[in-house]
Design a protein around this ligand. Sequence first.
Ligand SMILES: Cc1ncc(C[n+]2csc(CCOP(=O)(O)OP(=O)(O)O)c2C)c(N)n1
Ligand SMILES: [Mg+2]
Length: 339
Amino acid sequence: MPPKKKSDLPVPVKAETSAALHRELLYSMLLQRRFEERCAEMYAIGRIGGFCHLYIGQEAVSTGIISQLRPDDYIITTYRDHGQALARGMSPRAVMAELFGRQDGCAKGKGGSMHMFDKQLGFLGGHGIVGGHIPIAAGVGFAIRYRGGDQVIVCFMGEAAVNNGAFHEALNMAALWKLPCLFVIENNRYGMGTALERASAIHDIYKRGASYDMPRDVVDGQDVLAVRQAAGEAIARARQDGTPTLLEIRTYRFMGHSMSDAVSGTYRTKEELEQYLKRDPIALHRQRMEDAGEITAADIAAMDDQIKQLVQDSIDFAEASPELPLEALLEDVLVETAS
Ligand SMILES: Cc1ncc(C[n+]2csc(CCOP(=O)(O)OP(=O)(O)O)c2C)c(N)n1
Ligand SMILES: [Mg+2]
């Protein structure tokens, strides 16, 4: 694939010392958390409408994986996409304006919460059909190889997607043709209100990689460094000779499936939720940094204030951004090509 002009794009993580790296990882996760806390508030007062699936609790997955990508790599994901968009370096303003349905959003407000997109950042959406984007990831992997590039595509999906035929077809082709894909299953234990054990014959999902002779691993999704480590190895392999990998990352969502669901619901107990809340990925990473003397409580408070201001700025920006005129609804439906 011809190299893109990416020199002026933000690189999510570029730190040179481990303390600086750990700080960047903390910043990335905290930005996602504070951003989505405000999303919940904006949803409640009607600024955000339609579907809205929060990522709170899973931030170590997006941050750990995306921190290993080059600016010219690609990402494709599900509807639970705000955190990954921010981790990739999309501006909070573009994400918030998209959520508000305004014209300065990354998709001019036509996509909303489930359809974050940024061509420059190689962020290929935000997809609402469970499993529907997995073959697209294989297609992007094919395009990379066909054009002779060494980029990689990361495909995030939930654990409920692995019972979908598209998952198996795409993994088979990726393994057969050595497509540089990293398939990341964010196993948060539930597909809406259905527990993994009620829907899948195999509970250790990473084992499904064996069907396609694909390197596979299971990772603690609340530990950002563990996720980063596993992603680094898988991405290096894909870049080297196209070998794809399946990672099952065990995590948990702290909120309801979407904004229209209760946080706890009838499908899980309050006790279970409380157990998982003890392994908040941000708190764990922060504690590790404090124990290592890499950060002080005052540093964290300053970082938090800065992030909160950035998020407030994104809300002000989204409020001020106009809606598209009605005539614009029919634009962007088809892409005009040269031939
Ligand atoms: C093909 C298809 N079937 C059903 C749905 C309805 N649906 C939306 S989200 C969801 C659960 C998916 O769970 P999972 O893949 O584990 O992702 P999570 O929401 O936990 O991130 C379902 C069944 C859909 N969007 N697409
Ligand atoms: Mg799930």
